[in-house]
Design a protein around this ligand. Structure first.
Ligand code: DX5
Ligand code: ZN
Length: 216
């Protein structure tokens, strides 16, 4: 099954709740919530207070993508304020296993991400600790960039390694430049969670687009 996660970075923040409702009504599975600190990435987005209010507003699962340095300092707050999935970057954390454990201990699904310049092998040691991996198909920091095809091979390598380890339920998420063409390339390579920001929020008919993204 393919899941679609609209990236709310592309939403109108003055109308965030209804924008999320519209995406869920259009068939989305979870809301992708991009947290940027201006240090790990050259942009600042939103954080815990916005998550708290969004979680109180919607029943949708929330997929928190932490593009911040030292994410271990904030795991408890994100988990307690509504994160269902918490993704950290392997490049951002010195104690990756400890931080993934903290995510699980706080009741969220741990997930680990790689930037375009990081090989998939960098996260092999953590696969048994996570329920999801996130392949960045753009440099993190901004919506609306073009998909980097190097993500396709990474999905194949990660899916093969998960299969070898018997991790049949692993979610492989891809984030950045996803549209109908690149989404299909990624699902054929083994990804099963498609993040889409600008493509979905600019779509004339988001429901039709989500249906097409989910078609196997
Ligand atoms: C980029 C973010 C993405 C971004 C994707 O750093 O992690 O989630 O919103 O946006 P699109 O789909 O427009 O590339
Ligand atoms: Zn993201």
């Amino acid at each position: 099954m393919i899941q679609v996660a609209p990236s709310i970075l592309s939403a109108d923040f003055a109308r965030l709740g209804p924008a999320c409702d519209a995406m869920m009504a259009a068939g989305a599975d979870l809301l992708h919530f991009d947290v940027m600190d201006g240090v790990f990435v050259p942009n600042i987005s939103f954080g815990i207070p916005v998550l708290k209010d969004l979680n109180a507003y919607t029943d949708a699962p929330i997929d928190v993508h932490l593009m911040i340095t030292e994410p271990h300092r904030y795991i408890a707050q994100f988990a307690e304020n509504g994160a269902d999935y918490i993704t950290i970057h392997v490049e951002a954390e010195s104690d990756v296993p400890g931080t993934l454990r903290a995510i699980a201990d706080h009741g969220a699904v741990p997930s680990i991400s790689i930037k375009p310049g990081t090989p998939p092998q960098a996260i092999f040691p953590y696969l048994t600790q996570v329920g999801m991996v996130l392949i960045m198909s753009v440099e993190p920091g901004f919506g609306g960039q073009s998909f980097m095809p190097s993500a396709i091979e990474k999905a194949k390598v990660l899916r093969a390694e998960c299969d070898r380890l018997g991790l049949w339920d692993m979610l492989i998420e891809v984030d950045g430049g996803i549209n109908l063409t690149t989404g299909r390339q990624m699902t054929e390579a083994g990804a099963n969670v498609l993040v889409a920001g600008s493509a979905l929020f600019k779509a004339q008919d988001p429901a039709a687009m989500i249906t097409a993204l989910k078609a196997e």
